[in-house]
Design a protein around this ligand. Structure first.
Ligand code: GCW
Length: 642
């Protein structure tokens, strides 16, 4: 009787765990009862992880992990590795343990995605040495632009209580090659650098270290005043520089492999060197000098703009281009992929390619601030790949992604938002990978490798970002979001006294004549910030790619589009197309129901319904609003807005 009771309690608990684990296991869901033969003559925390991952999960021939120092492995660098089949099994090789850890996850990925592992000859090295997540997490547990619950970091409990999720987070990152993380919001609270908080950070860094995940912090430029009680934060003041040196020393005494600082300065109300009539370079260099002796770096953000007559799209370039070559060599300038702000589609930021003597890194936004939060399915790899169509991967030094991770059981809110965390890591490792192959990999590991599931769902993922562009802001429209939360449409928004560059009308410029922001030579001339050939292409309304038409031009409503229709008709069709696509997604999801567990199927289905309703909302709101200016009727094949 008692045994029966215990058994049913166990079954109940197991059942519950299974259900709560569904989303929480991310893409790491392989059976862990393998008991493989793994050989590793060395011992270390990192190799322990690699060996136990393999022992539990690998189902093939024996594996040995070996450190090499030959030319091949040296050329692959400390994070690079080889995977080779031989007579006695598979050998994972690297010059460092980090490489062996990444080789381990690579091999397990091959198994999970059902690749042939009979005769392997793999050589890998990451494209960038820094592949970093930026958490916009506040010390009070909230997350700026976060849509998956509260922060993973339980600051109140740290360092005494260590959530198991800290290690799970590090493991997930290691499995996709992410090797660095900024724990706190760029709108940084100065308290982050207080000693009690640094001890909490140390506790996290200790957990992350064996997974090769380095910790960085965002810092508030006025910290010397707010926590150091100095009278100024002027970067050229010796007392200020000294305060930072001591603070950095304290950090490294706790965290010897600390990565460095991320800084948002003189942007959206944050303090910075310009408050003291110093340049961004002077501010960054002062911090860089403090970090230099320890090998630390400064990631200085170029996301700056002020209420001025200048087109906002031009401002980062205008402020940073004159500083080219003025930064110390342990500073990297971090530039958002586009010139405005993570819109569903932007042309690339012209700072890339223009800062010839300054190391740059790109900042992508993984969290969907402008792409339907965690309600909309939007697979972002195609958006990031688009950036690389214009910016050569080898021209940048590192990649950052604004995290979409929170404390919800499935980490990212939407089960498919996990794919964006995954894709960010994979592209940061190798930007040449195709969006399709990353989607396939993720799907096979997260759901099932059955092609009857993968094909339609990969197709849905591949269309999803373009669908969002279509139903939110097609043809180069941008920033017509509702005030503040950036979720729904609000192209009509006017707020007396508000900054013009925070209002949608600033961006869409709709009037009786037409629609779009004139950034050609007849307008703000932002096109001139691009290299000549691109500048010419964007500048002419006839050669500007249609996807950027309203970004660069104020086009007449009757402008003839490539397919012979008018701008107005084409605009209507894009909105309609976006709506149609979301309906198709619901249909696809219905069809693949047999391949997905009920819990995740329902969760995704619910969100697809919301997305479809939202798409109609966007279409109706925008078209009815713009029609007041175009005064043209809706084409026949468009569902009439209500
Ligand atoms: O995208 C905008 C966001 C702000 C954010 C800012 C930035 C962290 O709306 O919430 O602040 O950009 O990137 O600094």
């Amino acid at each position: 009787m008692i045994r029966m009771l215990l058994l049913s309690i166990c079954l109940l608990l197991a059942g519950e765990r299974l259900s709560a684990e569904n989303g929480s296991r991310l893409w790491l869901r392989q059976d862990t009862t393998a008991n493989a033969k793994v050989e590793c003559s060395l011992l270390s925390p990192t190799l322990d992880i690699a060996c136990s991952e393999l022992k539990r999960t690998w189902k093939g021939t024996p594996v040995s992990l070996e450190l090499f120092n030959d030319a091949t492995h040296t050329a692959l660098g400390p994070e690079g590795y080889t995977i080779r089949s031989g007579k006695n099994g598979i050998t994972l090789g690297s010059i460092s343990e980090k490489g062996l850890l990444y080789a381990t996850y690579h091999l397990l990925r091959l198994q999970a995605t059902q690749q042939d592992t009979q005769s392997l000859h793999i050589e890998e090295r990451p494209a960038y040495p820094i592949r970093i997540l930026n958490h916009w997490d506040n010390l009070d547990g909230t997350i700026e632009r976060g849509y998956a619950g509260h922060s993973l970091w339980k600051w109140d409990e740290l360092p005494a209580t260590l959530s198991p999720r800290y290690e799970a987070y590090a493991r997930a990152n290691a499995s996709i090659g992410i090797n660095a993380t900024v724990l706190n919001n760029v709108n940084a609270s100065p308290e982050m650098l207080d000693t009690p908080y640094l001890k909490k950070v140390k506790a996290l860094a200790d957990i992350f270290r064996p997974y090769n995940l380095k910790v960085y912090l965002s810092v508030n430029f006025a910290s010397p005043m707010i926590i150091g009680k100095l009278a100024t934060a002027d970067p050229l003041d010796p007392q200020v520089a000294n305060w930072w040196k001591q603070k950095v020393h304290e950090i490294y005494s706790l965290i010897p492999d600390f990565g460095g600082f991320l800084v948002k300065a003189n942007s959206e109300g944050q303090p910075g060197p310009c408050d003291y009539h110093r340049t961004h370079a002077e501010g960054a260099n002062m911090l860089a000098e403090a970090l230099k002796p320890y090998g630390g770096i400064v990631m200085w953000r170029a996301f700056v703009y002020s209420p001025s007559d200048n087109d906002r799209a031009k401002q980062a370039y205008l402020e940073f281009h004159p500083l080219d070559g003025k930064f110390l060599d342990n500073v990297i300038v971090q530039v958002k992929n586009g010139p405005i702000d993570f819109q569903p589609r932007e042309p690339y930021s012209p700072l890339f390619g223009a800062m010839k003597h300054t190391p740059l890194m790109v900042e992508f936004q993984v969290t969907q601030e402008y792409l339907g939060h965690s309600n909309h399915l939007a697979y972002l790899a195609p958006m990031w790949k688009e950036f690389f169509q214009y910016v050569k991967p080898e021209s940048i030094r590192a990649i950052a992604g604004v995290s979409n991770i929170g404390d919800e059981s499935n980490w990212c809110g939407h089960d498919f938002a996990q794919a964006n965390w995954y894709a960010f890591g994979r592209l940061a490792w190798n930007p040449e990978l195709s969006s399709e192959s990353i989607a396939d990999e993720w799907l096979a590991q997260t759901f099932t490798a059955n092609p009857q599931f993968i094909h339609p769902v990969e197709d849905m993922m591949m269309q999803s970002r373009e669908a969002v562009v279509d139903y939110m802001m097609p043809l180069g429209l941008h920033h017509i979001f509702a005030w503040g939360h950036h979720y729904g449409p609000e192209p009509w928004c006017t707020i007396p006294g508000a900054r013009p560059d925070w209002l949608p009308s600033y961006y869409h410029q709709a009037d009786r004549k037409g629609l779009g922001f004139d950034r050609s030579h007849t307008g703000s001339n932002a096109v001139a910030q691009y290299p000549d050939s691109l500048a010419r292409m964007f500048d002419s309304i006839d050669t500007c790619p249609e996807e950027f038409l309203l970004w660069f031009h104020h086009a007449p409503w009757t402008h003839t589009m490539n397919n012979g229709t008018t701008l107005w008709e084409e605009l209507c069709r894009h909105y309609q197309h976006g709506v149609d696509k979301t309906r198709n997604f619901c249909q696809t999801w219905e069809e693949v129901k047999p391949y997905v567990d009920t819990e995740r199927w329902n969760a995704v289905n619910e969100r697809l319904q919301i997305q479809t309703n939202d798409a109609v909302w966007w279409k109706d709101a925008c078209l009815l609003y713009f029609q007041q200016f175009s005064k043209m009727s809706f084409p026949k094949d468009i569902e009439r807005p209500v």
